[in-house]
Design a binder for this molecule. Structure first.
Ligand SMILES: [Zn+2]
Length: 313
């Protein structure tokens, strides 16, 4: 009897220790600390992660994501992160490796559970055939990385993010998954409306500055016959601008959309020679303008620009 009581006390105390270890572990990892390369990814992580995740983005919505200064403050943040979410496909190749290296955090290095590239998880457009040389520009050698401009791919990417969050925080895996599925369902439904509204405008061809809107245009059956950059990442030249003017006249193109981290001057110059051409300066990331606060706003605002109803991007 005495022996049994002792055993019980012993097992109770080991239970208490186990409970203590469990709760202290939970307190230490109360919320996952996530860093994203771009603001659209941050918007997705915040919606999917909810109160269980703390997340922020290196690149602001108003900044060009190809070129970002890898500040020491980014490395300090990355040192404490559980997960870094990137687009990949070469988008962040000029700055993310320096941040990861400077972070001195083995958890978030390429190939580890704390590093996720979402771009390769969806169907990638503009993948060059054959060998890419610098003569063709050097921004998109792995295909176009601007995958989040398509609400349907964004839905797919949400599920990829939820899966990884769930692997790092298993008790909340089902919650992350259900939030991502709700996000995806909402975007799929809204996409039908966006498609109908764009079709109603009769817009079939749009000029852009860079190939940022490729996925958006592809989703809504809009051609992008000219971009103002002669090659990805190469600033407009006088000769190329003349080619754009000629093509815009010949094809009766009515709209040029300039991503708002580029200078709209060349587009305005083109529109002076092409009377029917309207210039819309647009945000292409969450936070890119006052009106684009959510991932839904991003697409809604682009649709409004095509409809000619957006004011100041
Ligand atoms: Zn690009």
């Amino acid at each position: 009897m005495k022996n049994m009581k002792m055993n019980m006390t012993k097992s109770l105390s080991s239970l208490a220790i186990a409970y203590y270890l469990l709760t202290s572990a939970q307190t230490a990892h109360a919320e996952l600390s996530v860093l994203t390369t771009v603001s659209d990814l941050n918007a997705l992580v915040q919606e999917i992660g909810g109160a269980e995740v703390k997340s922020e983005s290196f690149c602001k919505g108003s900044q060009d994501p190809h070129f970002l200064e890898p500040k020491p403050s980014f490395m300090v943040k990355a040192n404490r992160a559980d997960l870094v979410v990137a687009i990949g496909l070469g988008l962040e190749v000029g700055w993310l490796p320096s941040i990861l290296q400077g972070a001195r955090n083995p958890k978030i290095q390429t190939g580890q559970a704390g590093y996720l590239e979402v771009g390769p998880a969806v169907s990638v457009l503009d993948v060059p055939s054959g060998k890419v040389t610098r003569a063709e520009g050097d921004v998109h050698p792995e295909g176009n990385p601007h995958v989040l401009l398509d609400p349907i791919r964004t839905g797919e990417i949400s599920l990829v993010i939820a899966k990884r969050l769930g692997e790092l925080d298993a008790p909340h895996a089902a919650l992350f998954k259900s939030r991502a599925e709700a996000l995806q369902k909402r975007l799929v439904e809204k996409s039908h409306d966006w498609e109908a509204r764009i079709a109603k405008t009769g817009t079939s061809k749009i000029i852009s500055f860079h190939k940022t809107l490729t996925y958006f245009f592809d989703r809504y059956k809009i051609q992008n016959p000219m971009i103002l950059e002669p090659l990805p990442g190469v600033p407009p030249t006088a000769k190329h601008t003349l080619d754009v003017i000629e093509r815009a006249k010949a094809d009766k193109i009515t709209l040029v959309m300039v991503e708002n981290f580029f200078d709209p001057q060349v587009a305005v110059r083109v529109s002076k020679d092409v009377p029917q051409l309207r210039v819309e300066v647009v945000a292409v990331s969450v936070g890119g303008s006052d009106k684009v606060k959510t991932i839904d706003d991003l697409y809604e605002n682009l649709v409004l620009a095509i409809e000619g109803k957006a004011k100041n991007g």
